[in-house]
Design a protein around this ligand. Structure first.
Ligand code: ATP
Ligand code: MG
Length: 270
């Protein structure tokens, strides 16, 4: 099992879009997946179905101690389940949180998640690494950092990396799978420069090679409440990009559910 948080210092960089579409691509590749929304704005639930508003979720578990088996919501894909931010998420206030109880309940929740032995748990987080997200990061395995390709956006990268390093120093085993460039517009010079600037200063293995293009289908998909892969019968090209992110993630984690023949470097024909 791999529990992966989608985290960034800045808001509106595409975390929820990445969480929904990457988790869906992983499920389509045959993995069992739970998508967990830990953002009190409840974007995952609101994006995917209006009905999920009435269901218990993450904040009901950590603020009210609601049991784990009341949180899981089935989807039409048998290997893809959701946990929304829940009912209490709407009234969430950082000051309500008694940190030690909250920490214990986050810990307990992720123990329960691990006991399901699904392949992937994708955790959407709110912007910034506040009390809740820090505690989540202590409990999980991997972080993906979406990063909008704009000149000011890239400045927040060192801040997040520093916070994650701090959490590692406290004993967490958290790994950074990579920074994923989002909303890349190849026709905008500033956008292309921001991306290449970041790639030139950071080690190649900390960046995803795949970038998410700016494309209005993502807006359309979230307004219709579906991952982009479900927008039409033949998936639009923008949906394929998340298959590529999923493939790159498999490579980074050293896993695969595709049976490649181990032919070494022998040629295909002779
Ligand atoms: N690649 C993209 N191309 C075009 N629009 C996008 C793209 N990714 C996300 N968007 C749109 O940008 C807006 C912000 O995206 P999203 O909600 O995923 O960001 P977020 O980081 O989760 O925001 P928050 O910090 O508020 O939780 C949404 O309206 C979304 O539909
Ligand atoms: Mg979001």
């Amino acid at each position: 099992m791999n529990i992966i948080a989608i985290t960034s210092q800045k808001g509106g960089v595409g975390k929820t879009t990445v969480a929904i579409n990457l988790s869906y691509s992983l499920a389509v590749r045959g993995y069992s997946v739970i998508l967990v929304d830990t953002d009190p704005q409840g974007s995952v639930g609101h994006s995917l179905s209006r009905n999920t508003k009435k269901r218990f979720g993450f904040y009901d578990a950590i603020l009210d101690g609601k049991p784990f088996d009341e949180l899981l919501i089935k989807t039409k894909l048998p290997n893809y389940q959701l946990i929304t931010s829940g009912i209490t998420g709407d009234y969430f206030d950082e000051y309500q949180i008694n940190t030690s109880t909250c920490l214990k309940r986050i810990n307990y929740l992720f123990d329960n998640v691990r006991s399901t032995s699904v392949d992937f748990v994708i955790v959407d987080t709110s912007a910034g690494i506040g009390a809740i997200t820090s505690n989540i990061i202590r409990e999980i395995d991997t972080v993906i950092m979406p990063q909008q390709s704009e000149p000011l956006g890239v400045r927040s990268v060192p801040q997040v990396l520093k916070k994650i390093l701090g959490i590692r120093k406290e004993g967490s085993k958290i790994n950074v799978a990579g920074i994923l460039m989002t909303m890349v517009n190849p026709q905008l010079r500033e956008c292309v420069e921001a991306e290449s600037q970041l790639r030139s200063v950071l080690p190649a293995n900390i960046m995803f090679q795949t970038s998410i293009p700016r494309d209005n289908v993502f807006l359309r998909a979230s307004s219709l409440g579906v991952p982009v892969g479900l927008l039409s019968k033949n998936p639009v090209p923008a949906a394929m990009v998340f298959d590529q992110v999923a493939a790159e993630l498999e490579f980074k984690l050293g896993i695969s559910n595709i049976n490649y023949q181990d032919n070494g470097i022998e040629g295909l024909l002779d």
